[in-house]
Design a protein. Sequence first.
Length: 487
Amino acid sequence: MTGRDAPWPLLDLDVAQIRAAGREPQSFRQFILKIHSRCNLSCSYCYIYEMSDQGWRQQPVNMSWSTVSTIAYCIAEHVRTHDLYGVEIILHGGEPLLAGVARITELVELFRAEIPDNEMSFSVQTNGTLLDRSMLEMLKELGIRVGISLDGDAEATGRHRHNARGASSFDDVASGLELINSPEFREIYSGILCTIDVRNDPVATYEALLKFTPPTIDFLLPHANWAHPPPGAGYADWLIAVFDRWYSAPEQETSVRMFREMIQLILGGRGSADGLGLQPSTLIVVDTDGSIKQLDSLNSAYPLAASTGLDVFNNSFDDALEHPTTVARQIGEDALSDQCRACPVMQICGGGLYPHRYRSGIGFRNPSVYCADLLRLIFHVRARVTKDVNDLNTAQPRPLGGCPEQRPGPRGVLPSMSARTGRARRRAVAPPLRGSPQPPRPWTGWPLPSRYTDDRRPMRSGNWSRFPGPSRWPRPGCRRTLGLPHS
């Protein structure tokens, strides 16, 4: 760890000073295990195989059983030391399903035996080409949730995601998606991961993914930084087009993680995803040989950027908590550049995804290379959400009729029928403020006015299952005026 490529944080961040100031480390709760280091696809944008770091060539093909056993012991030690409950194990690669049914079964059973009485969850991120019935039966039996990578329709996927013969992987992935979306396996289907290509039509891409009815869609910006700029331009326009299509839908078709997290932060809630907000990162990676690494997409910046010099055979995960990169990803605003700290949307953007901040000779204390796109997107989302909250805030009650369709719902919610669209919509009528005859002042950003959070407790991540847009504000039976479940 010389720090030559990234003086900040490797040389310039004083970890001892941060600890002396009372900033305690946040224990790891997400463990990404690279159980197989090879892949059966050749994706042109892959940060593991196609960028400057070629360390995968020195990795063993499969994670050995001794390595798996040692990782299980180290995670159990970390759980006991920090009294953790509900850690997440994410199986990754390469293509993790190449490890095979038997090895994955043994791994999960070992971890559950090593760490009993803990609500441990397992998930796998796969390219979807190996999802046949026997594989899905094993994943369902073990309770492993499945995320699948797909970039849209056949044309969009064929741009980058090729098999060993150079052909598009779309048909193989589509077959796996159709199978996991069947009633038999739907319960383990967690969603689709889509890397953005601005050459693909944004709305067509979104609607192509919707055909597979994913519970969640996660749109990823291509890994880029100030030394290696993004391919093309117009990412804000692309994402705004998708947001408007998603947010304006009369019924929620799926959850889009980026938009859900962004709205939650705009409304004063806490985020839970890397790349938005200032929450500390609690994610760590263990490579196939047992080496402990940072988020492996850091290798898109320069070779060995994710390396910590630690491994599970000689170190604990507590040792990794003191690594400068871990500390930098846990200290929020203090890790940001002066430009970010002066930004009006710092609390929402959080500086962008950590790998996207890299600049040669400086390191990671810079704005995201997507700074301008993120700023435009956040302003657009905030403007739409602000307008809708203000509309709710100033709406006047309607006279009640006798028919069931006109009976009030919780907190003054009245159903109405849109004559122009013919769709049933619910219009929220905010009750007047007690003891205040003046009209309420417009809401201009965040936090969410307390009148929309009945119990005044902070909203938690994951409370957006009934959300996105005003046509869904609120739903009958919800405890919050904006349709957010009581948490």
